[in-house]
Design a protein around this ligand. Structure first.
Ligand SMILES: [Zn+2]
Length: 877
């Protein structure tokens, strides 16, 4: 809790610690009412630092005894305030021992050791270990750990920690113990401990060099049937990392534990990953395709961290993107290789534009490698993760796949067992490729999304085509002047027949796609031998995370959507066409004019819907309109009512004009085949779900009947939730109520299904603040459970039409929930604050109401530093 204005930490002030830790002996004894932690740290003086001050972090520690070598310490021997214990030590080698008591049963922050349902588990990233015992809790201190856990044998038969099990046995009084040894030096944020009554399922994987690894997933017994998919995903990920990066697993045992109470998606603790149940438990009956895909990606992500994060870790938390940007890039590539690359790229970019671009365009903007923070938990952001991954992707584009692999080999080899920086990563890529990436590194240090405006000129006589690129980057908090970025532009030039023209530039010849590297504010590129005026296809595969513009006519965008050889750019051209139409109709709505979508767009939609040469998944992506997050980010002032009216009008037009198309697609795409999760089948279900949604929007009774029947006869959750979502988006209230009650009746004992049930209701058009308050009173809701809070509160905030209610009741409700969570779970509370952070972009009335909700939050008694930092950043000019 905050007692005064919290302290800001600066990257420029980084210093190595005066003492390193070589080994940790930890004993954690769980008792009802308290937990006793005995730790023994073997410390060694860091010869590179003059100071002799041993600095240990420790929060909520009830000290029983402290000892330095053989000397018991009294409070006169050390200084302990604000979570930091300091003492001076003369020797070069020393042993520090601490016995403390902690209270995991009342730890609702879900950091450190806490109770999740009937089990105990830990979350130590970023700074949770200091809630377990005194420790130099910073990622550059890497030590080997021996962990002994003691607990009641009946209540907690399973006792787990990192590494390999080395001993176990019975103790007096019905208690027992287990000892785990982790031979790999690791930072404290990767420490993990679990105690519970869990069932497990095993599988095996033999690594390329012949190491036999046991894979084991622990879950509560009622979820035992939901682990097979995660085990399969894990094996696929292990094999992919061997093939693509040459990385093998290094312990004999790899464990995953599912926890119902978890702030994040999952955590890559060495050898003992702990997952949010929602990110690991899957069955066709309770998980839809999107959930399967998400689980596969997260299992892979956490596994990949074993190298990119654990073996080579971050020197300090400013380097968070070193492990996260690289690992998100790795898991995205894994998914692309496993399924459909173009579809994955579309999903990734749609997500980036909906979340990261708005973050970069508001008060929360920060560089991929931030310069300062108050609370590091507030920097687990889309910028560090998703933009960080785009930065790694651009390096991959610039150096090429072969040098990228050589660079990553060098990185893993050179820094194995060390804590390093993003500069170290880039230096490896420079060394193997011979490229100078000095200017490129501005992507790590400059915040904001660069703008790239492109114009062209064609001279028929000389058959010369010119493209002019002009880049700029808006000011962001604390950064007014931006210098030019290195921007890789992958492009093609389409001839009138829709095919790529050959590209001649700077003496190079290319049959289709070319990658240009822009380094200056203004760049002119000359293409020779261009036989006709082309339509440029720019930023293919979204080769750089920029906002780019070219003065296309609607017809040219429709042409690209129909012809571009690059699947991603076909989608992107249509997205531009949708956005342009919606934004212009929003202006018409504001001016009281009638709304008419451009006919070229309306016709293109019919062509895409009927284009059997496109995969189902690509068609579904192309027929999905940009969401409000993306539309809001494209205007200077958000008049939300006009945006909503315009987008709804376009949906209604497409739904009614093509009701026969939607009906026929919906019916044709039905299948009795048993459920299988693969690109082909999930694409079919996605297109069917979308067609049904449009068909229902046309208001046909036959569509409601179809949806009710699909819901009733569904043998998997994808079909069931497609039907339910379509019905909830329509206006048949009786049917909605009957399906929702049926859903709850049938699935109330399944945690993941109840979460989906809550999310669907919170997202229903027409949901109201009293409706949300009623939902929060439902026995299925629990404010201490982050998944439930996200389902209802974040679900509601994403429900643009309801959340932005003109009286501001949605904002006031959010402020109330943040105040309540501030004391229980500051990390989660701070995340909710970001839902109001774009207040300045709205019209004056709404902006004022959102700002006043933020001011209410800022005035909360005992405000945590987490929430304080976010609210004051959001309000700051
Ligand atoms: Zn990660």
């Amino acid at each position: 809790m905050r007692t005064q204005d919290p302290k800001t930490i600066y990257l420029s002030e980084y210093q190595q610690p005066a003492f390193w830790v070589e080994h940790v002996n930890l004993t954690v004894s769980l008792f009802d009412g308290y937990t006793e932690v005995s730790s023994e740290l073997t410390l060694k003086k860091n010869p590179d630092v003059a100071s002799r001050e041993l600095v240990l972090n420790g929060i909520d520690q009830d000290i029983q005894s402290l000892q330095l070598d053989d000397k018991q310490l009294s409070s006169a021997d050390y200084h302990y305030a604000d979570g930091v214990l300091t003492l001076n030590c003369d020797s070069e080698q020393l042993i520090f021992r601490a016995v403390t008591r902690i209270d995991p049963q009342n730890n609702t922050s879900l950091e450190g050791l806490y109770q999740s349902g009937s089990m105990y588990c830990t979350q130590c990233e970023a700074e949770g270990f200091r809630k377990i015992t005194f420790y130099p809790d910073r990622p550059d201190v890497m030590a080997t750990f021996t962990t002994r856990i003691e607990a009641d044998a009946g209540q907690f038969p399973i006792l787990l920690s990192n590494g390999n099990p080395v001993d176990s046995g019975a103790l007096e009084g019905g208690r027992h113990y287990a000892v785990w040894e982790d031979p790999f030096p690791k930072p404290s944020y990767l420490f993990a401990l679990v105690a519970g009554d869990l069932s497990s399922k095993d599988d095996r994987f033999t690594t390329r060099s012949g190491r036999d690894v046991t894979l084991r997933i622990f879950v509560e017994p009622q979820n035992a049937h939901k682990v097979d998919f995660a085990l399969d995903s894990l094996k696929k990920a292990m094999q992919w990392d061997e093939e693509v990066y040459g990385r093998e697993y290094d312990l004999d045992l790899f464990m995953i534990v599912a926890s119902d109470f978890f702030n994040m998606g999952a955590m890559e603790n060495k050898g003992l990953n702990i997952f949010n149940s929602a990110a690991v438990l899957a069955s066709p009956d309770t998980s839809n395709d999107q959930r399967f895909e998400r689980i596969e990606g997260i299992v892979a992500h956490e596994y990949f961290h074993n190298w990119s994060g654990n073996r080579v870790t971050c020197r300090d938390w400013f380097q968070l993107s070193l492990k996260e940007g690289f690992t998100v890039f790795r898991d995205t590539e894994f998914s692309s290789d496993t399924h459909d690359r173009a579809v994955k790229r579309i999903e990734t970019v749609a997500g980036l534009r909906a979340v990261q671009f708005p973050e970069d365009n508001g008060p929360m903007a920060h560089p991929v490698r931030p310069d300062s923070y108050i609370e590091i938990n507030n920097f687990y952001t889309a910028t560090v993760y998703e933009k960080g991954a785009e930065v790694v992707r651009m390096i991959h584009t610039l150096v090429g796949p072969d040098d990228f692999r050589r660079g990553s080999d060098l990185y893993f080899e050179r820094f194995d067992g060390q804590a390093v920086t993003t500069d170290d990563f880039v230096a490896c890529m420079e060394q193997v490729s011979g490229l100078d990436l000095t200017q490129f590194k501005r992507w790590y240090t400059q915040a904001g999304t660069p703008r790239l405006s492109v114009t062209d000129d064609y001279d028929a006589d000389s058959q010369t085509y010119r493209l002019f690129f002009h880049q700029s980057c808006p000011a962001t908090p604390g950064q007014t002047d931006k210098r030019p970025f290195v921007i890789p532009v992958k492009l093609g030039l389409l001839g009138a027949d829709g095919n790529d023209l050959p590209i001649h530039t700077r003496g190079n010849y290319n049959a289709g796609t070319e990658v240009l590297t822009l380094t200056d504010e203004v760049t002119e590129v000359v293409f020779t031998g261009v036989s006709e005026r082309p339509v440029p296809s720019l930023l293919r595969d979204f080769s750089a995370p920029v906002k780019w513009s070219f003065g296309y006519s609607d017809e040219q965008l429709a042409f690209l959507a129909a012809n571009d050889a690059n699947g991603f750019n076909r989608w992107d051209a249509l997205q531009q066409l949708y956005s342009r139409a919606i934004l212009s109709m929003a202006e018409d709505h504001r001016a009281g004019r009638s709304l008419t979508p451009p006919s070229v767009l309306v016709e293109t939609v019919a062509n895409v819907a009927g284009d059997a040469s496109l995969s189902h998944a690509i068609r579904a992506s192309m027929l999905t309109l940009p969401g409000y997050a993306i539309l809001k980010d494209a205007v200077d002032v958000v008049y939300i009512d006009d945006l909503i009216a315009a987008r709804k009008h376009l949906v209604k037009t497409l739904a009614t004009r093509y009701r026969d198309i939607w009906r026929s697609l919906t019916e044709k795409l039905s299948s009795d085949a048993p459920y299988e999760f693969n690109a082909e089948e999930s694409g079919r279900r996605q297109l069917q779900g979308l067609s049904l949604w449009y068909w229902l929007k046309a208001g046909d009774q036959a569509a409601f009947d179809f949806a009710a029947e699909l819901y009733a006869s569904a043998t998997n959750q994808t079909d069931r939730s497609n039907a339910l979502r379509a019905v909830l988006a329509g206006d048949a209230e009786a049917l909605q109520q009957s399906l929702l009650s049926d859903f709850y009746e049938r699935w109330q004992s399944d945690t993941q299904m109840v979460e989906q049930w809550l999310t669907m209701q919170a997202g229903t058009p027409g949901m109201t603040v009293p409706g949300i308050e009623t939902l929060m009173q439902h026995p299925a809701f629990d404010i201490k459970n982050p998944n439930k809070v996200r389902s209802v509160i974040v679900g509601f905030a994403m429900n643009t039409e309801s959340f932005h209610d003109a009286r501001g009741e949605g904002y006031a409700l959010l402020a109330k929930v943040v105040q309540q969570l501030n004391a229980l779970n500051p990390q989660l509370a701070a995340r909710l604050v970001t839902l109001l952070s774009d207040w300045k972009r709205y019209d004056a009335d709404r902006g004022k109401m959102m700002a006043s909700a933020l001011e209410t939050i800022l005035a909360t008694d005992s405000l945590s530093s987490n929430v304080f930092e976010m609210a004051q950043r959001a309000l700051k000019d």
